[in-house]
Design a protein around this ligand. Structure first.
Ligand code: R5P
Length: 294
């Protein structure tokens, strides 16, 4: 029987593309929010003995968690043979330490909650800065795919003589991988965060090739303060206006305004989070991994 792909908003187009590549059926749901804030969910496609794939990108995660639980648990109750949860963007991974006394270490708590909902989890470039492996967080098999090959292809095909720039030491893992695949040089900057909207960055290597096109690469653009500050520094050092490339484009608050003000000349992200800049399609990689997966 063909697998069945359900989606929670706003992952419908991602799910369509994935289902096409897997030759799977697109499952239909009815989602309703009552005036009192509760959610009702109904599966309109039969799951009996089917392999069910649930796609739910977890930008703005809190309101998605309950519908996700209703969807996955109903699929189980109605006889799904296996529930594979795909969260193209996996939220809460950056709170990976008790930074202040009494603070929740959200990544572990969130991972444990998701582990209750499905038989396995698939995601892209989860932010695992202080965590060696995604398996350390989840109680179910978890697969952390890397969008680097797709980002590299885009850069190699669209940017002439790129110089890849990582905004901080944490970004080195993404930038180095993307740069090596694209056959381009890279450099990584130093970042100090003084608050949600206050990030200061310095250039660690002053001998970068200033004739190249800087391409800022990071895993996430959230408030965009990291990218904006990096763009400002590069230009103050005489480099060209940079292109910003990220796996996950969250664009929280006035992020776009901050990027434009900093002179970023183009923004491109993968489609793990939908939006006008989500040009890089990672569904072919995901379909291949799901097909090959256990
Ligand atoms: C940091 O640890 C991440 O790799 C990103 O650099 C960060 O999440 C970007 O955040 P923002 O866009 O809010 O500066």
């Amino acid at each position: 029987m063909r697998p069945l792909v359900f989606a929670l908003p706003p992952s419908e187009r991602f799910a369509d593309a994935l289902a096409g590549k897997l030759d799977a059926e697109r499952g239909k749901i009815e989602l309703h929010r009552f005036p009192d804030g509760e959610t009702s969910l109904r599966l309109l496609t039969d799951c009996q003995e089917r392999e069910v794939i649930v796609v739910a990108t977890l930008i703005d995660p809190d309101p998605k968690l309950l519908p996700l639980a209703l969807l996955t648990q109903t699929a189980r109750e109605l006889g799904a043979a296996r529930v594979r949860l795909v969260t193209p963007y996996l939220a809460y991974m950056r709170q990976d330490k008790r930074f202040r006394p009494g603070e929740a270490v959200s990544n572990r708590i969130f991972a444990r909650m998701l582990s209750e909902l499905a038989d396995e989890l698939w995601t892209f470039d989860a932010h695992l800065h202080r965590v060696a492996s995604i398996d350390d967080l989840f109680d179910i098999p978890a697969h952390n795919l890397h969008a680097a090959p797709a980002l590299s292809d885009w850069i190699a095909n669209n940017i002439d003589r790129p110089l890849l720039v990582g905004p901080d030491e944490e970004s080195q893992q993404w930038v180095q991988d993307v740069a090596e695949r694209a056959g381009a040089p890279f450099t990584v900057l130093r970042k100090e965060r003084h608050g949600d909207y206050d990030v200061r960055i310095t250039l660690a290597d002053p001998n970068v090739d200033r004739t190249r096109q800087p391409v800022l690469v990071d895993d996430i653009i959230s408030t965009a303060r990291t990218m904006a500050e990096t763009a400002n520094i590069l230009q103050s050092l005489g480099l060209r206006a940079p292109v910003a490339v990220a796996v996950h484009g969250l664009f929280a608050g006035d992020a776009l305004h901050a990027l434009r003000k900093a002179g970023v000349n183009r923004i491109v992200t993968s489609n793990t989070v939908p939006g006008p800049f989500a040009e890089i399609d990672v569904t072919p990689m995901l379909a291949e991994a799901l097909d090959a997966g256990p």
